[in-house]
Design a protein around this ligand. Structure first.
Ligand code: SF4
Length: 400
């Protein structure tokens, strides 16, 4: 609908760094803008009777039900969504076409995952790290204040949580920066005039997925799963946390850093062996590093709910694993003579969550000694499974 409403010639979906390079290279070669029809991760409109341009990399095209059907047939909306989510999360995806009014919206498959070198190039650009000067007279910008001393170590997320849209706009396969590029940015932040020695966040969509990927790439190449860690941690996923721990230690040892916080959410399920069954000891070293060096008195973690039935629809693991995580956290605090809090985050009213589930959540967390301060009510967000269920009444994968 963005294309229809805006009348734009071309829409670049999601993170556009590589695409922009490709588009500009083609334009520089003299290719007319109107011929840019087969660039990955772009969309455009064309007349219904016009032939869809051929591309040898995308031999198959999936045609969705027309946009207008959504208003009468909510089932069709749910069916369409499954295609969109699966193709967004595949390495070798198909092209999607959807009729809308008098056009076909042509949605080309996602671009390949950025290589380390490419993502470094983007982050190494000589930007000022400052808001646009046009905001100068408007006073402090709250979101800028929050991020100005934070470092993004990677992009994308393979969690596939049903209420989250990150993989829809960034993708599932993690693109991580090199340690050199991260440390270069740390140096740059320490030179900022009002820097007082504190990095507010060393992280990404989830903090502890930096550098994680499949052990056998050819298996990932064929994968259609929207999550690498739900309903179980994939056997092919290498969850070694050593590279992250090493980066945290180096940042921590930087002479101009007093403390580098890990403010991004931690995928706690990867840190307990009851869930991440084949994990090696690197998860323990990572957790010890975070608990002892990178939090300030409290760690915020999002189990999201206590009801296993609700958690299943959220694509989150059973709450019993959070109990194990809490024990590990408490033990580490005891070992290091620390008295830090664990702050759990929850979401109420997601699809399949009933009133009694919320009552049980209140009772169970009270029994665990928590005084809840972080409960968000579900907000339907475009392009998520939860919102499709909320709107259509159908789960797009089970059609129940
Ligand atoms: S094969 Fe496993 S690790 Fe690879 S993308 Fe699929 S779920 Fe993720």
């Amino acid at each position: 609908m963005i294309l229809v409403d805006s009348k734009a010639d071309l829409l670049v979906n999601g993170m556009g760094d590589n695409l922009l390079r490709e588009i500009l290279a083609l334009l520089r070669k003299g290719v007319p803008f109107s011929s840019l029809k087969t660039i990955a991760q772009t969309s455009y409109l064309q007349a219904l009777d016009q032939e869809i341009p051929k591309n040898k990399n995308w031999p198959k095209t999936i045609t969705l039900s027309a946009h207008e059907t959504y208003f009468q047939d909510k089932k069709a909306y749910a069916v369409n969504f499954k295609h969109v989510e699966q193709e967004s999360n595949k390495l070798k995806a198909h092209r999607i076409v959807q009729p809308v009014k008098t056009w076909n919206a042509i949605i080309n498959p996602p671009f390949y995952t950025m290589t380390e070198n490419e993502i470094d190039q983007s982050f190494d650009l000589p930007d000022t790290r400052l808001p646009h000067p046009k905001y100068k007279k408007r006073g402090p910008i709250p979101v800028y204040e929050m991020i100005k001393f934070s470092i993004n170590t990677h992009r994308r997320c393979f969690g596939g949580c049903s209420f989250c849209t990150i993989s829809a706009h960034q993708g599932k396969f993690i693109a991580s920066r090199s340690k050199k590029s991260i440390m270069k940015e740390v140096d740059k932040v320490t030179e900022m005039p009002d820097f007082k020695g504190y990095i507010s966040d060393l992280g990404g969509p989830s903090a502890n997925i930096y550098g994680l990927k499949g052990k056998v790439q050819s298996i990932c190449d064929r994968c259609v799963s929207p999550s690498c860690i739900h309903p179980v941690v994939c056997d092919n996923l290498d969850t070694d946390h050593s590279a992250m721990t090493q980066i945290y230690k180096e940042v921590d040892a930087h002479p101009k850093i007093k403390k580098a916080f890990v403010g991004s959410g931690i995928q706690y399920d990867l840190l307990v062996k009851s869930y991440n069954k084949k994990a090696n000891d690197s998860i323990d070293a990572y957790m010890e590093q975070v608990v002892t060096r990178h939090i300030s008195g409290r760690l915020k973690v999002a189990p999201e709910h206590t009801s296993d039935e609700t958690l299943k629809v959220m694509r989150k693991p059973s709450f019993k694993h959070f109990h194990n995580f809490k024990k590990k956290y408490d033990d580490l605090n005891k070992k290091h003579d620390l008295n830090q809090e664990l702050i759990p985050y929850f979401i109420s009213s997601t699809p399949n969550c009933k009133e009694e589930d919320m009552a049980n959540l209140a009772a169970e967390t009270k029994d665990m000694g928590f005084r809840l301060e972080q409960v968000q009510d579900f907000t339907p967000t475009p392009m998520t499974v939860a919102t499709v269920i909320y709107y259509s009444g159908y789960h797009p994968y089970t059609m129940k």
